[in-house]
Write a protein that binds this ligand. Structure first.
Ligand code: AHR
Length: 326
């Protein structure tokens, strides 16, 4: 065999191996030319335990799938996300995935991605764009449903009470899909009963520090607080510190209903400090990488993929705690 023929055979075998790895669940996901698929991922930030778990899931799943991940942390600022998306376009990544900090103001940059023929996948949070051709799929939770579940729990919990129930609400980041939707879902579930009164509602930006700060202000300004509804666990955990420092018992003097289902919240539930937690699943990495591969292979993918989620009473949280991943 001539040296030239041998070289061609070896190259052919290498391409075959790379292609075989790329088509399966693991190994290297290549574009058919020996290059790995490249995904630009713009993350919201590191504001909560949920977010940390989400980042870990996306990074680990990309590695497992043999996909190169260009990761960018927006530190909860939309302008940083827009910059990151523009940089992904310049770098000609195969797919852009992002979890939008807020719902509005994406059309221009998403049009730029579309013009560059780079498909966009929304993960975790939605955008309010009217033009649905600007993204191929949205993978994440139903936040309205989460808010409803929190409200429905409250309705049952206070079924025997006829007096006013004063509620304070810690909202997520202003303008974000989870803040908007969890607020409206909760309002919807409780609106039939005038005894439920939201006496104060303010953003805690999904962080523990802000949750504590805003709860301190609520405790000063409100003479009677029966319930705290927190749009995420980190704000609830910050608020618990404020309640305890004010000499009150969280979970007893002030009932707490929250969203996420992170380990720290389950610990607080096992101590009787949170009364109900609505799950929001951050482990989206594997589904996202599957979507990326399908989109690049030209397969039809669903426009909307909803995450399966449950709810937790303190007893259920205590039982789930030893095996909770995040
Ligand atoms: O978008 C999901 C929300 O964002 C989670 O509930 C919260 O913890 C996070 O910061």
């Amino acid at each position: 065999m001539s040296k030239r023929v041998a070289a061609v055979l070896v190259t052919g075998a290498m391409v075959a191996v790379l292609t075989a790895c790329g088509s399966g669940g693991g190994g290297s996901a290549d574009k058919g030319s020996g290059h790995k698929l490249v995904v630009g991922f713009s993350q919201v930030g590191a504001e909560s335990g949920w977010r940390t778990a989400n980042t870990k899931s996306v990074q680990e799943s990309a590695k497992k799938a043999g996909i190169e991940l260009k990761f960018s942390d927006a530190q909860q600022k939309q302008e940083n996300q827009i910059k990151a998306i523009r940089s992904f376009i310049q770098q000609k990544v195969d797919v852009i995935a992002f979890s939008p900090v807020v719902e509005s103001g994406w059309d221009t940059v998403l049009k730029e991605a579309k013009d560059a023929h780079i498909p966009v996948i929304l993960t975790d949070r939605a955008v309010d764009s009217k033009d649905e051709s600007l993204y191929v799929s949205f993978l994440g939770s139903d936040f309205v449903e989460e808010g409803k579940k929190a409200g429905e729990w409250l309705v049952k919990e206070y079924a025997a009470n006829s007096g006013d129930v004063n509620i304070v609400q810690l909202e997520g980041t202003t303008g974000s899909a989870p803040a908007n939707d969890r607020k409206s879902g909760f309002a919807d579930a409780t609106k039939g009963e005038p005894k439920f009164k939201v006496v104060a509602s303010q953003t805690g930006d999904f962080t523990r520090a802000k949750g504590k700060e805003v709860m301190q202000a609520f405790l000063k300004s409100q003479s009677k607080i029966d319930v705290l509804y927190a749009h995420n666990d980190d704000m609830a955990l910050g608020a618990i510190q404020a309640i305890e420092e004010a000499g009150k018992k969280p979970g007893t003097d002030i009932k707490i209903v929250s969203v996420d289902g992170v380990k720290d919240a389950f610990t607080a539930m096992s101590q009787g400090k949170i009364n109900y937690d609505v799950e929001c699943n951050p482990l989206l990495g594997d589904q996202l990488m599957d979507l990326v591969k399908k989109v690049k292979a030209g397969e039809q993918v669903p426009r909307r993929i909803k995450t399966e989620e449950g709810t937790f009473t303190p007893e259920q949280a205590t039982a789930a705690l030893p095996n909770r991943q995040y």
